[in-house]
Design a protein around this ligand. Structure first.
Ligand code: FES
Ligand code: FES
Length: 159
């Protein structure tokens, strides 16, 4: 019988009554109404479901909600701060780094984790960090430019 799980989502403590084996993605979207994290393949092949779990990008499609119990989960809705876009979100807008946009929430999550651990990544490091993400619209070059732009903006803000 399910006991539910306690977790922290975007800085807020929540209790969910879902069965412990329920995919984290389903809980985020259907119970917590956080629809920015998307379902693509369900098999860790596309990256569109990526969220941060204790700051590390992970697949919400295959993680169970139980496996996230007691951990801090950050979704795309948690990237903006005090109503201001995350520098990555602004850079993606400025570079028009999206077409349909379906892949972008997962990409932004992985890019945010990259810039958290490496303020000025090389192009190769950006490509490696986003290796688990598919973009069917072929926006890869713009995505890389947007991450570079955000990196530069964040470095400038810190100077
Ligand atoms: S939906 Fe999770 S990796 Fe594709
Ligand atoms: S912008 Fe359409 S899948 Fe990436």
């Amino acid at each position: 019988m399910s006991k539910g799980c306690d977790l922290v989502v975007n800085g807020r403590s929540v209790h969910v009554d879902a069965d412990e084996a329920t995919p984290l993605l389903a809980v985020l979207r259907d119970e917590l109404n956080l629809r920015g994290t998307r379902f693509g393949c369900g098999t860790e092949q596309c990256g569109t479901c990526m969220v941060l779990i204790d700051g590390v990008p992970d697949f919400a499609c295959t993680r169970t909600v139980e496996s996230a119990a007691g951990k801090s989960v950050t979704t795309i809705e948690g990237l903006a701060c005090n109503g201001a876009l995350h520098p990555l979100q602004q850079a993606f807008l400025d570079e028009q780094a999206g077409q349909c946009g379906y892949c972008l929430s997962g990409i932004l999550i992985s890019a945010a984790a990259l810039l958290e651990r490496n303020k000025r990544p090389s192009r190769a490091e950006i490509v490696e960090a986003l290796d688990k993400h598919l973009c069917r619209c072929g926006m890869h070059n713009r995505v890389i430019r947007a991450v570079q732009r955000a990196s530069a903006a964040m470095a400038g803000a810190a100077a």
